[in-house]
Design a protein around this ligand. Structure first.
Ligand SMILES: [Zn+2]
Ligand SMILES: [Zn+2]
Length: 147
């Protein structure tokens, strides 16, 4: 089994444990998310699965994403525009975002927990989590502008 097979199996086990019904569409949405490391939008997922499920609507995709989000299998990334992106890597990680094509790439860095405790001290907030992104130009876009 590949790494993504293991992750898909783990995700399906979590679904079963939480008593969520595993419909073919839900399975396909989850599978697509596990296999694509690209942080797709609901629209991307819809377009990728449209041919398999001709009766599926974008609303169905959203609905499935909401269910997966509620049980903690998927994280929604909002970046201030209309299209949220979805990430099924829910372990702590940070994102590098390409300003040319919008691609989001995961990277790992020791969790910046000090930021949270400092923020709590300074602001009196009970901090629940933090998010960090770095911005720039991805290798593909850099290669395109090079010639
Ligand atoms: Zn790019
Ligand atoms: Zn990610």
């Amino acid at each position: 089994m590949t790494v993504s097979d293991y992750r898909l199996q783990g995700a399906i086990d979590t679904l079963k444990e939480s008593g969520v019904r595993i419909t073919p569409q839900r399975h396909a949405v989850l599978e697509f998310l596990v296999q694509s490391m690209s942080h797709p939008t609901a629209d991307d997922i819809y377009k990728a699965l449209e041919h398999k499920f001709p009766n599926m609507s974008v609303a169905t995709v959203y609905n499935n994403l909401r269910v997966l989000k509620e049980i903690g299998l998927v994280r929604e990334l909002t970046y201030g525009d209309s299209s949220s992106r979805f990430d099924c890597n829910t372990t702590d990680h940070y994102h590098a975002i390409c300003e040319s094509c919008g691609k989001i790439v995961d990277f790992h860095y020791p969790s910046l927990d000090e930021v949270e405790s400092l923020a709590e001290q300074v602001t009196g907030f009970n901090v629940s989590h933090h998010r960090m992104e770095v911005y720039g130009t991805c290798p593909e876009c850099r290669a395109q502008t090079a010639h």
